[in-house]
Design a protein around this ligand. Structure first.
Ligand SMILES: [Zn+2]
Length: 1064
């Protein structure tokens, strides 16, 4: 799956896939409003019933702004004032924090020196323990049990407490994970969707093999009304069975009075009916408005991670792989798609047509199954033996060309890369109007948001970059699925012709083929994310994805620095935890550590040989990742001898990453490592150690790859000698390692001085890495803010995208925090500082078409900044461009990278907001549409803010899938964030209906409203709300993350406000 956040300037801050949805309980009124296009630009008045909430603080704001007279309300004042950070309102939270689940436990007392008495006691204790151990060792195991040495009662092992099924009987299973005694072999699915009634019926036939004798079959099903079920054992007669259901775990079961014996085969057949899902998962309904303003309905699926069970009864865990034969009936005006090519179509007696698809050629997990019923049209091209088609709603067919071209190139690339041709006869890429994730890698049928697949011919490369990278990510998933199967079959390893073979092996043995549970997700997603950037650098270097990859690595470090982070490979025990695995640690940290590993190997050839050796040696055996690591270690005869197994384990099994401190004395270098852990109370210490392939360059050779040297730091500290004396060292060359470096006071000033004299003394990645690292260290409290300022002195001379955008992002973050603390004086001084630092570079930016991606990124970041900070020249330019755009009646195209700036300026102005809204409602071009929406959400007008949120929640005019984007945009401003926060509190239950607890959409929403808060009042408010949610989300990791972040912001502000006062 690809997470999605298309906000280009902040794209790096979030993984690009979220599940947002846009379905609704009520029928949307889109048709009416859309039909009546004359209703705009006059904004349609909201029916009072339609406005589902009235934010308390928004009311206050309305009054404050003098726009409206409203009744005073004490509670409203208090609510808003608290959020405003007014300390006199700050009460009643102290008792809460004590009972809060988020309160950190007091740390264990540190050890003091033991007294001699303690030593004696300890020795005695050890002797006793040793004696007792020996007694246990020699006595039978049952001696000390209450029951003595009875023969174990076979029929009565410790009985778990079974829950009660919906029909009142005991449900025969008490765990989240399914029992392993039954293995599904094949599914035969028949689906009859009724797009008029929004329901479907189905028939599922599951053939199974019994692995261990058992009395029950337990599997998954959610919201399915099972009307008939029969069971057949071996060649016997089919007979009716009762299906038990335990709803909280979405499990179904059949109990048998006689044991099913290991080795037997059986078939379970179920008939059922269900409603289409209202959310973005399962078999869900969606719609779009066609060019004649008619509403067109369709149905599509999104099963990863836990929603196949909502469409058909199944063993819905990744380890239960089987084949699938799928049949779907439809009206003649519709078409259907599924994983495999269509085998035949049959006319049914009821006037419908039934399409039958070929049986899947490989065993696959349920989460990869997909089907669609819609009236889409394809754009098709043959690549090798595969017919590649890009499907969209008919009127957007003109926007499919780029996706088709880049997919063809990427598919050829992957075919060569793995030396295996993609084996399916077809590969469909489908743009679905309502889709929450960025995309989903269903086998043979990849589904996308429209924004991540459709792009106009005239679009800028920056817009194409979004589409290309999502496709590259999904194709990596797709191709790998087959590479594994294929290689496993024929053992033709030697043909593998690329060093990246390693990654495929890693993936293979890292359990993708046998991915048993979601804790392995990082290899799946980390690998696809890594391949996404690697493949595009080869296939389409003009897209310059390097800057993007660098910035996502920075954001992954920021998240992983928190105490609430988790190890990439971590326990997953609840459905919410499964959802939470789809985060930047699995995606971006996963990709980062693969990059680090690859970058740490000196030679490709030796490495490749080792892999081939390994594959030959272990071919057919049941090996695990450790064997692979060991084999690589043996092959790696290079100077920086590294144990790959230990190295990778240190990165995957521990949360967080190291802070490497470097001390340079003449030619002697001392390195030390510790856990880079941001904690708000400075009490948590960990003894984590990593195997770090530390790369470095120095003042005499710092740019070319040959300058790079490697030293593996495994211990807490280590020293080595350089061949000559150097003035400075820069560690983590091009930031390919997943760690942060502290150079010490002298080291930092030497680097700052070097950059100040000559910007080009380091690569732009290294400059960006220094900027990122020093801000992170300032957050940690390791460097003073004066040191940060000292480094930033050079920045006004920098003209490259990655360092400039990183500096902008960091400074903007401080500016936003000041604004939200109501430190208006400081905020405006900060604004002046930002403007003056980048004045020259901003002045050089043009408003014409720009060809180069990197320059587009730079320009859009600078101009957005300037306009957001109300730079007059910028807002004037943007306003006049928007005017021309309106007057041209859609014929003039604003350069893609400038659209966001222009639409945001238009959206913030009361004069042009309605016009922008009108254009938005009628726009079909998706990436433009999202930028317009961001512009609209940038307004400070309370009524409009309320309207936008309300439309978004109902899915009318603004798709519900866009709510996370709307909220994150509103939260860029102080007033907007108040509305968003109230909205979230008032509508929490409706939000989690659409976006599952823990899902990326919810993670993003929580982050948006909290990440720039820094006062005690704000903290109390956030804490009070989330702790009150209980099972409705209080235990989410993103909640802990939010609380930690606010505390850290608070600490940073306490420490640095005086410095800011003095310096600004
Ligand atoms: Zn993915």
């Amino acid at each position: 799956m690809d997470l999605f956040d298309s906000n280009s300037s902040e794209r790096a801050s979030l993984p690009r896939n979220m599940i947002e949805n846009s379905m609704f309980e009520e029928e949307p009124d889109v048709v009416d409003l859309a039909k009546d296009s004359t209703a705009f630009p006059t904004f349609p008045a909201l029916d009072p019933d339609e406005v589902t909430y009235e934010p308390r603080s928004s009311r206050l704001l309305v009054r404050g702004l003098g726009e409206n007279d409203m009744d005073d309300d004490e509670e409203d004042c208090e609510s808003s004032a608290r959020l405003l950070g007014m300390s006199f309102m700050n009460r009643s939270s102290a008792h809460r924090s004590n009972s809060s689940p988020y309160t950190r436990q007091a740390p264990p007392r540190s050890c003091s020196r033991p007294s001699s008495r303690t030593i004696v006691v300890c020795v005695l204790f050890l002797v006793i323990v040793a004696s007792v151990t020996m007694v246990f060792y020699f006595l039978p195991g049952c001696t000390f049990t209450k029951a003595g040495c009875h023969k174990p009662n076979k029929t009565n092992p410790i009985e778990p407490v079974y829950p009660i099924s919906t029909n009142g009987e005991l449900f025969p299973w008490a765990q989240l994970r399914l029992p392993q005694s039954i293995k599904p072999l094949s599914y035969d699915l028949t689906l009859n969707p009724d797009l008029d009634k929004m329901t479907f019926t189905g028939r599922t036939v599951i053939s199974m093999s019994i692995l261990h004798s058992t009395n029950r079959i337990v599997f998954h099903g959610a919201n399915l009304n099972i009307t008939k079920a029969t069971f057949k054992l071996g060649d016997g007669q089919a007979s009716d069975v009762t299906i038990l259901e335990y709803k909280p775990r979405q499990q179904l079961a059949v109990n048998f009075s006689e044991e099913l014996k290991a080795g037997q085969y059986c078939v379970l057949t179920m008939e059922y009916s269900a409603n289409f899902s209202n959310a973005y998962d399962g078999f869900y309904k969606s719609f779009y408005i066609d060019k004649d303003r008619n509403k067109r309905v369709l149905a599509a699926t999104q099963f990863e991670p836990l929603s196949a069970r909502k469409a058909f009864p199944c063993f819905d865990e990744p380890a239960f792989k089987a084949t699938f034969l799928i049949k779907i009936s439809r009206k003649k005006t519709y078409m259907t798609l599924s994983n495999m090519p269509k085998a035949k179509s049959t006319n049914l007696s009821n006037g419908l047509v039934q399409d039958e698809f070929e049986k899947t050629s490989v065993n696959m997990s349920t989460y990869l199954v997909a089907f669609i019923v819609a009236d889409f049209t394809p754009n098709t091209k043959n690549v090798s033996e595969t017919q590649v088609s890009v499907y969209s709603v008919p009127e957007k067919n003109g926007h499919t060309e780029y996706a088709l071209t880049i997919t063809s190139k990427l598919l050829e690339f992957y075919n060569n890369f793995f030396d295996i041709n993609y084996p399916l006869k077809k590969l469909d890429l489908v743009a679905i109007p309502d889709f929450l994730a960025g995309a989903m890698e269903n086998l043979g049928l990849i589904t996308f948001r429209e924004t991540t697949l459709l792009v106009g011919k005239e679009s800028s490369l920056l817009e194409k970059q979004v589409v290309a990278s999502v496709i590259a990510h999904e194709l990596a998933h797709q191709v790998l699925l087959f590479v594994f199967v294929s290689v496993k079959r024929n053992s033709e390893y030697v043909h593998m012709s690329n060093v990246f073979l390693f990654f495929f092996v890693l993936q293979w043995f890292g359990n993708l083929v046998t991915m048993t549970w979601w804790n392995d997700l990082w290899l799946n997603e980390g690998f696809a994310t890594y391949m996404e950037y690697m493949s595009l650098q080869e296939v389409s270097p003009d897209l310059e994805t390097g800057n993007l990859f660098l910035s996502v690595r920075f954001r992954a470090l920021d998240k992983d620095a928190l105490n609430s982070s988790h190890a990439v490979s971590t326990d997953v025990n609840t459905t919410e935890q499964v959802e939470e695995m789809f985060d930047s640690v699995s995606y971006e940290k996963g990709a980062s550590i693969l990059l680090m590993l690859n970058a740490s190997f000196p030679g490709d050839q030796q490495f490749r040989k080792g892999i081939i050796e390994y594959l030959k040696q272990f071919s057919g055996l049941n090996t695990d990742t450790d064997d692979l690591w060991n084999s690589l270690t043996q092959t790696d005869k290079s100077t920086h001898h590294m144990n790959v197994s230990q190295m990778m384990t240190s990165w995957t099994s521990q949360k967080g990453f190291p802070l490497v401190t470097v001390n340079l004395m003449g030619n002697q270098v001392t390195l030390a490592q510790e856990h880079f852990l941001l904690t708000s109370d400075n009490t948590t210490h960990t003894s984590s150690l990593w195997h770090i392939p530390v790369t470095y360059v120095n003042d005499s050779c710092s740019l070319a790859p040959e300058c790079r040297q490697v030293f593996t730091l495994k211990n807490k500290s280590d020293t080595f000698k350089l061949s000559e004396n150097v003035t400075w060292l820069k560690l983590n060359y091009k930031n390919t390692g997943f760690y942060i470096v502290d150079y010490g006071k002298d080291g930092w000033s030497a680097l700052a001085q070097a950059l100040f004299s000559n910007v080009g003394v380091l690569t732009h990645e290294d400059r960006a890495s220094l900027i990122h690292n020093i801000f992170a260290l300032s957050r940690l409290g390791r460097v003073s803010f004066l040191q940060v300022i000292n480094l930033l002195k050079y920045v006004s001379a920098d003209t490259e995208t990655s360092p400039v955008t990183e500096a902008l992002l960091q400074l903007n973050n401080i500016y936003r925090q000041l604004e939200k603390r109501q430190e208006s004086n400081l905020a405006s001084r900060m604004k002046n500082f930002i403007m003056s630092t980048f004045r020259n570079l901003t002045a050089k930016q043009t408003w014409e078409e720009e060809e180069n991606v990197s320059k587009q990124e730079l320009r859009s970041a600078l101009l957005e900044m300037a306009c957001n900070l109300n730079d007059e020249n910028c807002t004037q330019q943007a306003t006049s461009l928007f005017k021309k755009y309106m007057e041209s009646n859609g014929t003039l195209r604003i350069p893609g990278d400038l659209q966001q700036t222009v639409f945001t300026v238009a959206g913030r102005s009361d004069e042009t907001w309605d016009a922008l809204f009108n254009i938005y409602v009628h726009a079909t071009y998706d990436s433009e549409k999202r930028k317009m929406l961001k512009g609209l959400a940038s307004t400070q007008n309370p009524q409009r803010l309320v309207q936008i949120l309300s439309f978004g929640l109902r899915g009318s005019l603004i798709q519900t899938q866009e709510l996370p984007l709307v909220i994150s945009t509103m939260c860029q401003s102080f007033a907007g964030c108040l509305f968003a926060w109230d909205f979230i509190q008032e509508n929490w239950d409706r939000l989690i209906e659409k976006f599952p607890i823990g899902s990326f959409a919810i993670q993003a929403i929580i982050k948006s409203v909290t990440s720039q808060s820094s006062t005690q009042a704000q903290l109390n408010k956030v804490q009070a709300f989330f702790s009150g949610l209980k099972e409705r989300g209080s235990q989410m990791r993103s909640v802990q993350e939010a609380l930690e972040t606010i505390k850290l912001n608070q600490r940073w502000m306490d420490r640095n406000l005086p410095t800011l006062q003095k310096w600004l």
